[in-house]
Design a protein around this ligand. Structure first.
Ligand code: PMP
Length: 289
């Protein structure tokens, strides 16, 4: 049974989500010194299960390590399962966040209290998710030699700028390209294309190493390589993928309009079976709640 109020895990205890507050000197709020994950749980025949939980927490650990933020992946895993259970969530989006809290206004993280929270929200299945229209904007992705492609809070200012620009131009989402016109990724999803029956994952050093991207590579044995924008525009199908987006067909990039996405739809269905534990060969990706 679901509790009357949604609970979040904060520094070791489950608390009503709306009671949680952060102080105004929170270092992460001033400088972006936090790291987060976006994870999903799915209802399966054997109860709720989290998809690829260790992989998500390992990426989070790497991010925390970048600025010396203490992070215990095992504790975060337990917190995730506890929060899901407490809220009675089955199909859910999970948001762990670790950050430096209150202290002085200095840049040094030392002297700032580290915190961790895990929030979960119920998700609803959209059988006919709309096909995305992407705009190629003017903002470049954070270059990996300036900011590593991890889920560092501050890094997402870059995604916000690109998404705002794309929406102001009438698109749903932004597609980042580099100075040589190679495809990088979207603001919160990786990119694949289908061309002459061949599936290709866009590879780029500035792109987040997506877990959904890795899942699809393992499921299909697709190739992974650098892709110029011209090739993407010439492809038969394009899709974006990510934990939240799952496998999302792309309808349009700038003025290029794509036709039907039959291969994308097949992969969408395969992914849906895998995350719901309906493909025995891949059940090891699920952690029972
Ligand atoms: N790129 C960016 C910038 C993202 O924020 C995300 C979402 N985490 C992805 C790609 C997709 O990654 P994943 O499949 O691990 O969710």
């Amino acid at each position: 049974p679901a509790p009357a109020q949604t609970l979040s895990w904060f520094d070791g205890a489950l608390v009503p989500a709306e009671e949680l507050t952060a102080g105004l000197t929170t270092h992460a709020m001033h400088y972006g010194s936090g790291v987060f994950e976006g994870i999903r749980a799915y209802a399966t025949d054997d109860g709720a299960a989290v998809f690829r939980l260790p992989e998500h927490l390992e990426r989070m650990r790497k991010g925390a390590e970048m600025f010396g933020l203490p992070f215990d992946a095992a504790q975060c895993a337990l917190a995730t399962l506890e929060t899901l259970r407490a809220n009675g969530h089955r199909d859910a989006y999970i948001r762990p966040l670790a950050w430096f809290g209150e202290g002085s206004f200095g840049l040094d993280v030392e002297g700032h209290v580290p915190h961790m929270m895990v929030a979960t929200t119920a998700t609803h299945v959209h059988l006919n998710g709309s096909r995305a229209r992407l705009g190629v904007g003017s903002w470049r992705r954070n270059p990996a030699d300036s900011l590593p492609p991890l889920k560092l809070c501050g890094g997402y200012v870059n995604s916000i700028l690109a998404k705002r620009e794309a929406k102001a131009r009438g698109f749903d989402e932004a597609l980042f390209t580099d100075r040589e016109n190679n495809v990088v990724e979207c603001t919160g999803a990786n990119v694949f294309m289908v061309r002459d029956g061949r599936l290709t994952a866009v590879e780029h050093r500035d792109a987040l190493p997506g877990i959904t991207r890795d899942t699809l590579l393992q499921l299909t044995g697709a190739e992974s390589r650098r892709v110029p924008l011209s090739e993407l525009l010439d492809a038969d199908e394009v899709f974006a993928c990510g934990t939240a987006a799952e496998v999302a067909p792309v309808a349009q990039i700038e003025e290029r309009v794509y036709g039907d996405n039959p291969v994308t739809r097949e992969l969408q269905a395969l992914y849906a079976r895998v995350v719901r534990g309906q493909e025995p060969a891949w059940r090891h990706w699920l952690t029972a709640v």
